[in-house]
Write a protein of this length. Structure first.
Length: 282
């Protein structure tokens, strides 16, 4: 079973506008139209069995709507290869009750984005949410490292993530983008001895740029196979999750990167789906 643990979609009515806006900010093209249907077509082409959708509440007014919509999406598309987590915002005042609602909806977890939510990961506003999420056995997926649309801004560094783990303890914690996008030098040393998961989203091979924006060669470089293997050595194949960040990478290209690694088939199977299956308890 192949599971993509990191994808994004938008409501059909706003998908075109949302994708174009984010594409211009990131200077990268989208590889689907940003809808659930577009994601499913991409999955079919890549032969991916399940994609986990990660919505992000960029302000407090979106939180309840996002979680209600996620629950409705999961009901509508039950058994059709997509499943959405929920989201929370650190400034949302009724966070305790909302996490209970996430749990009762069966959403399995939440996505947070410290850059979009303008809060450092180790801020008490996040720590209290993460502690409560841990009590509910919810998965927490966070954007980690730099963000392609916010040059130079880091709200979740490996050091911050370490402080979270040391404060909250062991919980279902996923650091996206191989533990910290373009903070990769520090990730293994600082986080290698924890029990966190890391996902491979938007971190492998090379960035595909939009032709109407300028990039340097070095800017386009992500992790190559040898660099990825160093993460496997430190974290083990048991703690790495396959993710793509669709629509911002091609799912089939990301999948082929993992399949081409010099790893045992059993370890590839863990990364490509078995670890996510265990984490999601499905």
């Amino acid at each position: 079973m192949i599971i993509d643990m990191h994808t994004h979609v938008f409501p059909d009515k706003i998908a075109d506008a949302a994708v174009e806006k984010l594409s211009r900010v990131s200077r990268t093209p989208a590889f689907t139209d940003g809808t659930v249907g577009g994601l499913q077509r991409s999955m079919d082409a890549a032969q991916i069995d399940l994609s986990v959708i990660l919505p992000v509440a960029t302000n407090t007014s979106q939180v309840e709507k996002i979680n209600s919509s996620a629950a409705a999406l999961n009901e509508t598309f039950a058994g059709k290869g997509v499943f959405s987590l929920g989201s929370i915002h650190p400034e949302f005042l009724n966070w305790r009750a909302e996490l209970s609602r996430v749990k009762n909806f069966g959403l399995k977890g939440i996505k947070i984005h410290p850059v979009y939510q303008a809060t450092d990961l180790d801020d008490v506003k996040y720590l209290r949410i993460l502690d409560r999420a841990a009590e509910f056995d919810l998965i927490v997926v966070t954007h980690a490292g730099l963000d392609i649309g916010f040059p130079g801004v880091v709200r979740c560094s490996p050091q911050m993530a370490r402080r979270v783990v040391d404060t909250v303890g062991n919980f279902k914690f996923v650091l996206a983008h191989m533990g910290g996008w373009k903070n990769w030098r520090d990730v293994p040393e600082i986080l290698g001895d924890t029990k966190i998961f890391i996902d491979s989203s938007f971190s492998t091979g090379n960035i595909i740029p939009r032709s109407d924006f300028a990039w340097s060669v070095d800017e386009l470089k992500l992790l190559n196979a040898a660099q990825f293997m160093k993460f496997v050595e430190v974290f083990g194949a048991d703690r790495i999750l396959f993710g793509t960040d669709s629509p911002w990478t091609e799912q089939d290209t990301s999948l082929e990167f993992i399949r081409a690694l010099p790893l045992a088939v059993a370890d590839k199977n863990k990364i490509l789906g078995l670890n996510a299956k265990r984490l999601l308890n499905i």
